[in-house]
Design a protein around this ligand. Sequence first.
Ligand code: THU
Length: 274
Amino acid sequence: MTVRFAKRNEYVHKMRFEPQASMLLAEAENATEHAYVPYSGKKSAVVLLLEDGALIPGVRVDNASFSLSITALINAFSTAVALCRKDVVAIAFSHAMSLSDRAFIDSHAFGPFNRETERLLVHTGQMGIPTPGDPVDPFETATEDGPMAMARVISERAFIPESNFPVGCLMELDDGRLVPGVNVEHSEWPFILCAERNALGTVASYGLEQPRNIYLSSPTSDKATPCGACRQVMVELAPQATVWMDRGKGPVEKTRADDLLPGYFSGEALRRMI
Ligand code: THU
């Protein structure tokens, strides 16, 4: 693999972060295979490097309603929060960072990050970075309480400096494995990802099949239901999934992803032959 670095940063980068940086960039390129990009065709991915060398991938997830698409960078960070891993030391991109990526990272609560090249960010103050290892296991260990109660406990991981409104989510795959999600907030609200979309994005990043059950919990509200954006993303990625909703002191209710958004926009006419 040829790694090209921005000229102005080449010296610093090679001195401080080689060969780990090249390995990390290669991981980001490999992660693109799981991108869900039926409309854009832009197979992009990001890999977060954690303090112990573990990795968290994030892929681009297109949506028929284009502006609801999840960027690889936001997908990776929201996965990290749901997996309780905020110790991000470096971020590698499969592609040159976009203006949106820069805006997201420049005011990110876990920063600051230095832009070493167009494809590599390193947390300020790092003198070196660890050798990239394996991806963090994204699965929750099932407890006797069942997935609905687990989703409520998982909501405590939400990163909610803006709203103080925790939402937890668990996606149950066909084989029973459970993938978590929480809402992850940012000072720029358009960059906020809800719990549902967080978990769906993680499922995509790890190349898993979309879920058959979605367990959602909003412990501080008796009435919350999935927002419109999450309904649109859920119905595209997991239309047949059963959605279980646990709200505050209210009873658990059950519905289906495609019943949550009657007459939804499927985006069929937009799909590319790729
Ligand atoms: N939120 C979710 O996580 N899921 C929903 O379906 C509704 C809204 C989050 C997003 C934001 O962090 C906070 O709740 C307020 O909108």
